[in-house]
Design a protein around this ligand. Structure first.
Ligand code: ARG
Length: 586
């Protein structure tokens, strides 16, 4: 192994991979008679006292090799030849192998972040396509805060995959073809208020939907009429078609406004209706494969043997289902894009649905083995007041949430910087407010139910978006002060000196950025990156407090200013991947 790894691999392999590859060789060398082939994986220790990385593989090998784990670890360490980049290899505790890197190598890896166009993020997705299906709101219902998680998590996974070199097709699978349209058409015909429709179309559509839905609940004739309108629409009735198209148009205007504010972009927006023509063929295919069969007039796929219940693919009234559309969608995506994965981001309540149609797609080879199907589900977001549901009509609309985020951010800005020009303050309030909402979501494990509170989201002290933005802006101002005091000197032309332990610690954390991005993407957990950025900013804080910057002697000073620049780079790249902007002045 040499440290000039970019000669061998396109881009930089992440540190874990580099070291694991070497340590695997050490295990093999220590046990030439076999049994230790798969050992050697390393992870960061998280505690400088134990070195930079550790390998715990001696423990599970004890049985196979019939040796105490500590003996195994010792044998590996005794037989290992250290590459130039490793300073120390030691056995600790019951059989851990701890690895400490050379300072010069740590400095080299930290510095490389600025010179590599991908900030050393490995291009492991290059040549592969992923389709990410996210946001996907429903027509004629305003987006509410329940949609925020799919949009924000989906957009982060989208950015993270692009950073790894994947070709990403971000597809907004709008719900424009569901059973709700019968209900909305009836509501629209009987209850619509033309003035309100002109004023706030999405809210008015929602209002008529809620009214019609409520009526359908205790009025069977109404319910039947709704169903009939739906079938008419699906069979191409011109009047219902025209209404439906108008609903889509009006809704899309609202969605686009929200995406504009969130700075989320899709490559394609294919609603469920896009697949309409293919649905009959899908059902036929399932029948031919012997998977689907008739049951009480409906067509079903019985998956109860696998504990996945029954999936209805055509209802007794002839209408197709959500699942049928999703099967047709996989088929279309596989044919058109040959993706290595299709990722879906929705809330946890849809888990069974995804398991069912994934299972069906595999069985009839609509999803070939080369296409992984992944449902990334998340817990619901609550405000302390409770949850939200369109049907009960008490939604907190996403736009209202964003408005409030911006106005609260504005208050904070005004109190700290009363002199800031209005225009500048407005832009900043949007960057901070929206960043706060996104970060509050992304900093949590997707699978947890999150309770959103303004105090936490906008806090300048804790683990929040504004805190990280503020940290970034402070570093920019340190760099600006340096340029003022030492005009014409380029600190980045000086070597990094890691004399103080805090400098070493900070550089090591910087060097961990590439593998953090990889891990966040491949585990579908943007929170891995958020945690890392918060941790990095805290280490930066100690660095700032513990050592002088501008008052240090020449070259130590430049090295520190250069480190500041690298932290700023990583914060801004990392927050950028989470969809959060980094203004230079706050
Ligand atoms: N429109 C659905 C909803 O709001 C989400 C669609 C997710 N994507 C999919 N291919 N099923 O619940």
């Amino acid at each position: 192994m040499n440290s000039n790894v970019d000669e061998q691999t396109p881009g930089f392999p992440v540190l874990e991979d580099l070291l694991s590859c070497w340590l695997k060789g050490c295990f093999a060398k220590a046990f030439p008679e076999g049994g230790a082939e798969n050992a050697g994986a390393v992870t960061a220790t998280g505690n400088p006292a134990f070195g930079d990385f550790q390998c715990n593989d001696a423990m599970p090998l004890a049985k196979t090799l019939r040796l105490p784990p500590r003996k195994i670890a010792e044998k590996v360490v005794e037989n290992a030849s250290l590459p130039g980049v490793v300073k120390k290899l030691e056995v600790a505790g019951p059989g851990f192998i701890n690895i400490t890197l050379e300072d010069s190598f740590v400095a080299e890896r930290a510095a490389a972040l600025a010179s590599d166009e991908h900030a050393c993020v490995p291009q492991c997705g290059s040549g592969q396509t992923v389709v990410i299906d996210y946001s996907s709101p429903n027509v004629a219902k305003p987006m509410h805060i329940g949609h925020i998680r799919s949009t924000v998590i989906g957009a982060a996974l989208d950015n993270l995959h692009r950073a790894l070199g994947f070709r990403v097709i971000a597809d907004n699978h709008i719900g424009d073809w569901g059973t709700q349209f019968g209900i909305i058409i009836m509501g629209f015909r009987h209850f619509v208020d033309k003035d309100k429709l002109a004023e706030a179309p999405a809210s008015e559509l929602e209002r008529v939907y809620v009214a019609s839905y409520a009526k359908a609940k205790d009025d069977e004739a109404w319910m039947n009429q709704c169903r009939a309108e739906l079938v008419k629409l699906q069979q191409g009735d011109p009047e219902n078609r025209a209404l439906w198209q108008e609903f889509i148009r009006l809704s899309q205007v609202e969605f686009d406004r929200v995406y504009g504010r969130l700075e989320v972009h899709f490559d394609i927006t294919r609603g469920e209706s896009y697949y309409h023509e293919a649905l009959a063929g899908v059902v036929e295919r399932l029948e031919k494969a012997g998977l689907a069969r008739e049951s009480d007039g409906a067509t079903i796929v019985d998956l109860s043997d696998e504990d996945l219940g029954v999936c209805i693919v055509r209802k007794s009234d002839g209408a197709f289902n959500y699942a049928t559309t999703d099967i047709a969608t996989v088929d279309s995506r596989v044919r058109e894009f040959s993706p290595s994965k299709i990722i879906y981001v929705t809330d946890e309540r849809q888990q069974l649905h995804f398991k069912q149609f994934f299972n069906i797609c595999r069985k009839v080879d609509i999803a070939p083995d080369s296409t992984e199907l992944m449902h990334v589900w998340f817990g619901l977001m609550r405000l302390p007041e409770g949850t939200f549901s369109t049907r009960q009509g008490n939604v907190i609309k996403l736009e209202a949430l964003l408005d409030e985020a911006e106005s609260r951010a504005m208050t904070v800005i005004k109190s700290g910087r009363p002199d800031m020009p209005e225009d500048e303050a407005k832009v900043l309030a949007a960057q901070i407010g929206i960043g706060a909402v996104k970060y509050a979501d992304l900093s949590q494990d997707p699978r947890t139910l999150i309770t959103f509170t303004w105090d936490k989201a906008l806090s300048l002290e804790g683990n929040s978006g504004p805190y990280l933005q503020y940290a970034y802006a402070r570093i920019c101002s340190v760099r600006a002060k340096y340029s003022e005091q030492f005009p014409g000197i380029d600190p980045d032309a000086y070597p990094l000196i890691l004399a103080e332990s805090i400098e070493r610690e900070l550089s090591f954390k910087l060097a961990m950025f590439p593998s953090t991005v990889k891990k966040a993407a491949l585990t579908y957990r943007p929170c891995v990156l958020a945690d890392y950025l918060y941790d990095l900013s805290q280490t930066y804080s100690s660095f700032y407090q513990r050592v002088p910057f501008l008052k240090a002697e020449e070259s130590v000073r430049e090295s520190r200013i250069r480190l500041c620049g690298l932290v700023a780079l990583v914060l801004s790249k990392g927050l950028g991947l989470l969809g959060i902007e980094t203004p230079e002045r706050i």
